[in-house]
Design a protein around this ligand. Structure first.
Ligand SMILES: Nc1ncnc2c1ncn2[C@@H]1O[C@H](COP(=O)(O)OP(=O)(O)OP(=O)(O)O)[C@@H](O)[C@H]1O
Length: 629
């Protein structure tokens, strides 16, 4: 590591430190691109405050507040600060809830007003819309459920909310409600604003570009009102705003009084990747980064593949092999976990990592989507926290680990059951061993079992307790004749949690292991959005508009292979964000994850035309582009 490079952006860090004087605070907005060490600046700044002004914080009971975007980032920062009690690190949802929890009558009033507004709007739409349509019956159901919730409100004495789960009980609030409510309460209640500024004389926000717009605006207002006593520090990169919720034109909303330090060095990427991301950024704000003096040259390649390619997994494996040849880095060789493959959305990853059959039906159930993507929920837990670890231990022949897992939750080894068995304990232990052996034989059988077969086995042997949501599937289905009426019901059923499980359980059991690795983030795959803040030696970015079927992003438009639509042109003329802007930022985020080499795999309807368009964009040189037949 070069000492000069380490000190390159020292000025920015010093400027931040100067702002963090609790006696004389000044807010700031840090301009810094990808890999510039924003997290490091954040952590170092907090350490310095704790060192120099920590006593004051301890005496007054005040804290440095830090808001992160994900739970993972939250844990990482807490750890790096060694869980210093003077620092409160939380996600925006947890932070918002910590401000408003307990204001139950205000919450009740807010929810009631919101529900009545929604009902009025729905009724208006109902009056205008076609009767008997699917939309009409959806609206009717929605009106009904909102009325019911409204009627229930007076009976709730304490509202509950968990930042990390689906909040499905009658007294719970949704994520969106908590954020919107906090923003409203902050605007309406001077007392809450005072409380915030007093409790956290310093409030630092990481990934501020993606912080909910309304809340960001409310916090900017608080800052304006407490400018002499409160420091709001924004870390982040407007070029990496990839969620629709973030505040557009954040940089322009920053008051003139604030400090605006700048970091210009990219410590992560090799030189060629930095010139690529500078080029991607050119049309957004023209900010340019400099590589470290010891940065490797690095290699980037663009592979243009016909969209009609049937076996995309094979095509990508071949490209990885080709990258191994080009870079001389053998870890690129196909099948290696040393590559990170980024697809535009979860289903594309699921297809590539081969757990789509299990994933798709449950992912389609909106109500449980958040927890499903986090790998939580009772049904999932039976598989990922009980069956899969047991199977892994059995496969490794690790009897101690297997016994420990069974002892932890198996009803067979429940303490009471064992005590009651007295002399017969040996028999019970024998049963457990037999059940485990049977499980291993089942999952390793030549005819790979479905998840449902494994579930039934576990239920029959009583190895683990079956959660309610899976109970209906432990017996054989009674199948009736199909009819049109049933088909309609089927559709509604598939969108329900039960319907999702019914389909998902027909997937091979092994798909759940893959799903589990995916949601834990340890698989080779992720989405373009999911890797924000992370870094990997070898990155493969998969671009396939056709497969993604999204309307939010269009790589074809960004790369100039497809004309902008009228809406795009109108938006552009009105200075509003376009599909191309959004896609450009997403592309910046993905490419800037690469520490050594980067392959972009672009599925195009007309590969030759796409290549020519790419050359015109000047993102890649002609010799960096390969056409795959
Ligand atoms: N001053 C420095 N000297 C050496 N390495 C650094 C320095 N600052 C950051 N790094 C390293 O550079 C990499 C990028 O840092 P970090 O992840 O904090 O950047 P970031 O600005 O949060 O990036 P992004 O916005 O792209 O997620 C990390 O591996 C980090 O350890």
């Amino acid at each position: 590591m070069s000492a000069i490079d380490d000190a390159f952006d020292a000025e920015a860090d010093e400027a931040i430190l100067a702002c963090l004087d609790i006696e004389k605070p000044r807010s700031f907005f840090l301009y810094a691109g990808a890999g510039s060490g924003k997290t490091r600046s954040l952590v170092e700044a907090i350490r310095a405050v704790c060192r120099d002004q920590g006593r004051r914080l301890s005496l007054t009971g005040q804290k440095i507040g830090v808001i992160t975007y994900t739970n993972a980032a939250c844990d990482e920062i807490k750890q790096r600060l060694e869980f210093d009690p003077r620092v409160e690190v939380s996600t925006i949802h947890a932070f918002a809830w910590s401000l408003i929890a307990g204001y139950d009558s205000d919450i009740r009033r807010w929810v009631a007003t919101r529900l009545l507004q929604d009902i009025v709007e729905l009724e208006e739409a109902q009056a205008k819309g076609r009767a008997n349509s699917k939309a009409a019956s959806d609206r009717a159901r929605s009106i009904e459920s909102k009325r019911r919730r409204h009627a229930n409100l007076p009976g709730i004495t304490r509202f509950v909310y968990s930042p990390t789960s689906d909040n499905r009980t009658r007294d719970s609030l949704s994520h969106a409600e908590v954020i919107a409510m906090t923003a409203d309460f902050l605007s309406a209640k001077p007392g809450l604003r005072r409380l915030l500024a007093t409790r956290f004389p310093i409030l630092l926000i990481d990934e501020s570009q993606d912080t909910s717009r309304r809340l960001m605006e409310a916090l900017l207002d608080v800052e304006a009102g407490y400018r002499d006593a409160f420091c709001l520090g924004l870390f982040g990169d407007t070029m990496q705003r990839i969620y629709a919720d973030g505040k557009e034109h954040l940089a322009e909303a920053i008051p003139a009084e604030w400090a605006k330090p700048r970091k210009r060095m990219n410590h992560r990427c090799p030189t060629r990747v930095i010139s690529l991301i500078n080029q991607i950024r050119r049309d957004e704000d023209g900010e340019e980064q400099t590589p470290r003096s010891d940065a490797e040259p690095g290699i980037v390649r663009l592979f243009v593949v016909p969209q009609a390619t049937v076996d995309k997994t094979a095509a990508e494996a071949a490209i990885a092999t080709r990258m191994a040849e080009i870079t001389g880095d053998r870890s690129w060789a196909a099948g290696s976990d040393a590559i990170k493959t980024l697809a535009l959305e979860h289903l594309m990853s699921a297809r590539r990592f081969e757990f789509e059959q299990f994933f798709e039906p449950l992912y389609a159930v909106e109500r449980i989507r958040t927890s499903f993507l986090q790998g939580s929920g009772a049904g999932i837990g039976l598989f990922t926290r009980e069956i899969l670890p047991l199977v892994a231990a059995l496969r490794e022949g690790d009897r101690f680990a297997a016994a420990a897992i069974a002892r932890r939750t198996s009803p067979l080894l429940d303490r009471k059951a064992l005590e009651a068995a007295g002399e017969k304990q040996i028999e019970i232990l024998g049963n457990v061993r037999a059940a485990c052996e049977g499980l291993l034989a089942l999952v390793d059988a030549k005819d790979a079992p479905t998840a449902r077969t494994v579930l039934r086995y576990v239920a029959e042997t009583n190895l683990f307790t079956i959660p309610d949501v899976l109970a209906p599937f432990t017996a054989a289905d009674v199948t009736g004749a199909d009819s049109d009426a049933e088909e309609d019901e089927d559709e509604a059923d598939q969108k329900s949690e039960l319907g999702g499980w019914r389909l998902a359980l027909e997937a091979p059991f092994e798909q759940i292991a893959k799903y589990d690795r995916y949601v834990r983030g340890v698989s080779q795959f992720d989405t373009h959005q999911g890797v924000k803040g992370l870094e990997f030696p070898r990155v493969m970015v998969v671009v396939s508009d056709d497969e993604a079927r999204g309307f939010m992003f269009s790589y074809d438009k960004l790369f100039g292979a497809k004309e902008k639509s009228k809406t795009d042109l109108d938006n552009e003329a009105a200075g509003k964000e376009t599909t191309v802007d959004r896609t450009r930022r997403l592309f910046y985020v993905t490419c800037s994850r690469a520490e050594r080499s980067l392959a972009v795999v672009y599925y195009a309807a007309q590969p030759t035309m796409a290549r020519d368009a790419m050359i015109r964009q000047a993102l890649f040189d002609a010799e960096e582009i390969e056409l795959i037949a």
